[in-house]
Design a binder for this molecule. Sequence first.
Ligand code: ADP
Ligand code: MG
Ligand code: MG
Length: 268
Amino acid sequence: GSELIIKNLHANIEGKPILRGVDLVVRQGEVHALMGPNGSGKSTLANVIMGNPKYEVTEGEIWFKGENILEYSPDRRARMRLFLAFQYPMSIPGVSVANFLRRSLEAVREGNKPLEEGENPTGQMAKRKAIPPREFRNLLKSKMDLLKVGNEFINRSINDGFSGGEKKRAEILQMALLEPEIALMDETDSGLDIDALKIVSESVNALRGPNLGILLITHYQRMLNYITPDFVHVMYEGRVVKSGGKELALELEEKGYEWIKQQNEVTA
Ligand code: ADP
Ligand code: MG
Ligand code: MG
């Protein structure tokens, strides 16, 4: 299966070092929770993995499916079936969820096409290939059934006053449709009430399986009451300082992040 391998990754934003040597491996079929106090660099890591140009990688490597993807554009990474929710611009007035999803699927499907002679692998794709409407409708329907999403939802405009929970559902529907091999989900639980949290967790659980690896980034333990991770990692000051099984999340809930901070002061 596919592997995402992060080695000694260092990254800056606006000249300020944020990631200070991250090591992490996520394989297809595994669910990893990445936890850590606010400001420890979790979102930065997700952004750097997807190739957000705001961040400057100063050291280290990111390997995906045997290729060092550091120089690849975000589009190319997505076409390799690496997923970060909503890497495409969302604020397109009048575009329905369904149309938005079709466009993002067309963009990712181009990944099946080999590079053309002289084509820059880091460049943007010039055009998308249209997916036959019937094929798209059937695929979308099967994913909507899987996630128990209603028709009224997908006909709404993509930026039309979605609640926190609805944004997350759209994000997970997009993920279901694009069938990534590794998905990064950043703070999927933030701003959700308990009902929305349950619905979102059920959706993530419905997508779990041998073909999908998930890096689930969360500040709080509560989402892990519904999604049982295979591995838990704690990020602190730009590094993964502790890794373990699902029991590590419970230990963190009990002892808080102070425990991690103290341990790292002692050993630093
Ligand atoms: P987390 O997701 O773990 O809360 P972040 O990756 O968002 O952490 O932030 C890590 C650090 O990087 C914080 O100190 C934050 O202030 C800083 N940071 C994040 N984004 C920016 C930005 N756009 N400009 C400047 N500093 C930033
Ligand atoms: Mg934060
Ligand atoms: Mg964050």
